[in-house]
Structures are given as C-alpha cells and as structure tokens.
Design a binder for this molecule. Structure first.
Ligand SMILES: [Fe+2]
Length: 223
C-alpha cells in the first residue's frame, strides 16, 4: 500500500503520529509531498532520528518542498530506484528527485518537487534558505522528457506546490516568484493524463478541482 501525506517540516512528533495512526507494514510506502525537513539543520539529532526510522518496516519517501536543506540532501548518494532518480538517505528512506517517473506497486508516479518560499526574506541563505528550492531548466527538461517517454500518461502526480489555475481555484493568491513552476504544473494539468494528483505547500487538507488533493496533516492511501 502507498500512503501519502503533507508537509512535515522536520517535526519528529508528526512522523511518529503518522506511524501510530497508519498501519504501515513491510512493503508499504509513505510519501511526503514536500517540506520533509528531517534533513534541515543536518545535525546529530536529525541523523539519530533518521537512523531510528531506518529500523521501521516501511519505506519513507519524499518529494522536496521549498523548506529543505538542498545541499545536505544532494550530498547523499544518487541511485536509480524503481525506475527514477533518488537520493538514498537510508536503506528505506529516499528523496524522489524532480521530473522522475517511478514504478511503485504497478503504478506510475510522476514527481516534481520545489516551490518558492514566501518567507524567503525572513530566512538566511545557506542556513535556513537555499536557492535550489525552485527547479532549474535541466529539471524541467528532464520532467518533460520523462512525461513524453510515457506517453504523457501516469497514475499519480506528486508535487509540492500546485498548478497556477488550482491555486486561484483554492482561493489563494499565486506568488509572482513561483509562476514558472506553477505554470509548468498547469501545462501538466492540461497535457498529462492521471488518476490523482497530491500536493502540499498550502498547509491545509482539502480536495480541489482536477482530481487534486492538498495534503497537510492527513495520511491517506493513494487512490
Ligand atoms: Fe510547508
């Protein structure tokens, strides 16, 4: 079974609560839709927590959000895992890189993390903010190539932010600094066939038009 949830921001209690409330068994996967945050200060306490999670029977995956320490994540070894590129954080913890199509439990899962931090000006570059939060040209190109290679047909889409149109439909105001990514996601919305789309970033749990579910605190099976 594949479960999905929203922004964790490195809150250890939030993952422990998700584990308590969800029957995560061997072979199951829990995917966080960005702002994973358990690799942020990149200190001993965080590493000890990841070591603890490494003993769990399930697999923990995340697409990146905007509040991530990208250099620390990118320092982990890169591998191909279930058909897509990942950083292997522990033997059962993976960062699902941008623009990838994974084959998970017979389902095709497309991933595109990243977003602009609206609180960027309260943060310090290299300490609490990193410029890699927004995708670069190569990542968009790789995403498009991989979507074309599977005939623009996947089962699930996992992102941190959401299409521009959906932001407006949800009653939020699109940030002008994030138009490149949210417009790209809107292209996906129109061009790619999918069964369901899960995202995070907006810190609410709700269903949105276009078979899009915004995840925050809830943990639900992908369907
Ligand atoms: Fe967040």
């Amino acid at each position: 079974m594949i479960y999905v949830t929203g922004d964790m921001h490195g809150e250890q209690e939030k993952l422990l609560a998700a584990e308590r409330d969800t029957p995560l068994r061997e072979g199951d996967t829990l995917i966080v839709c960005g702002d994973f945050g358990y690799i942020f200060r990149n200190d001993e306490r965080e590493r000890a927590f990841l070591d603890e999670v490494e003993n769990r029977p399930y697999t923990l995956c995340f697409v990146d959000g905007n509040h991530e320490n990208f250099p620390a994540i990118y320092a982990y070894p890169e591998e191909i895992w279930n058909g897509g590129r990942v950083h292997r954080i522990r033997k059962n913890i993976y960062h699902l890189m941008r623009g990838q199509v994974f084959q998970l439990e017979e389902k095709r899962v497309f991933t595109m993390g990243g977003a602009y931090s609206i609180d960027r000006h309260f943060r310090i570059e290299g300490v609490s903010w990193w410029p890699e939060e927004r995708p670069c040209r190569e990542e968009y190109d790789e995403a498009t190539r991989n979507l074309l290679a599977c005939g623009k047909k996947v089962d699930y889409i996992l992102t941190h932010t959401m299409p521009l149109k959906t932001i407006r439909q949800g009653g939020w105001f699109p940030d002008p600094h994030d138009l490149e990514l949210t417009s790209y996601l809107e292209w996906i919305l129109y061009q790619v066939q999918y069964q369901h789309w899960y995202c995070g970033h907006f810190h609410a749990d709700c269903d949105l038009p276009g078979k899009i579910t915004l995840m925050w605190n809830e943990v639900m099976p992908m369907e």
